[in-house]
Write a protein that binds this ligand. Sequence first.
Ligand SMILES: [Zn+2]
Ligand SMILES: [Zn+2]
Length: 290
Amino acid sequence: MSSTALPITPGDAPPPLRLPEPALVFRTRAERLEALAKDHAAGDWLRFLARIARGQDRALREVRPGAAPRPAGGGGSPLAEAAARRDPSWRAMLRVVLASARDGALPAAAADAIARLEAAPPDVIEALADDLLAGAPADLAAAPFVGGALQAHLTRLAAAVEPTAVAPGGAACPVCGGTPVASVVLGDARVRYVVCGLCSAEWHLPRAQCAVCREAGKLSYLSVEDGPRGVAAEACEGCRAYLKVFDLAEAHGADVVADDAASLVLDLLVGERGFLRAGANPLAPGGERA
Ligand SMILES: [Zn+2]
Ligand SMILES: [Zn+2]
């Protein structure tokens, strides 16, 4: 499901921005990952991601928020500064995420990464976060944990953003400057929102428009034959990028991060057609699976 539950009725102008409800996002995601793991070829990996999501949920309840970020001036993304110069509370969230992930069967690379992160000094962890935010995670095995903690931290901050301070614009998230993970199409109104992989904010975009280059009328919808319903790749003939879309009228209960991780077969198919993935999933960087 999407992170907020505002009903949108056909005929109403869709709100340009939907901000997350942190108390729901990660709990719902963990449940979705656990459900998807049943009868899935990558079930163990999805259950591992579910433990990260449980840890994110726990971190939000157990770690006190740091100082509120100063509002950014100049019309940029209001959380861009808070993402770049992070409050140390996010590293406390990382410790909770690591403890939660460790509580079950682990791929060897993940176990090593947890041990490394638990022993790492703050400057090393901050450098890993900088790499991840720049879109080039240097340590792929550590990235789901670092990305998970950043996601929890920024989702908490996004919930407190003043919507009028946000100006929708280019391909990046208008709230934090992050990369989208996927789109959702909501209910009867058939309204599409692009969802940020980092702060969980959702911004409205007409369905015909490419989320990356913003050209209209260049999208085709690719899906896996006999695959799950309501899951497709919006592939752009203009910029050759694609972003997944989850149609919640058909993909009941879909969650962008969970369902993206569970549909990596679609990435293979779309990649073979020569399209480049535009979505970034902090829990599954590079579509890595263990
Ligand atoms: Zn964002
Ligand atoms: Zn495009």
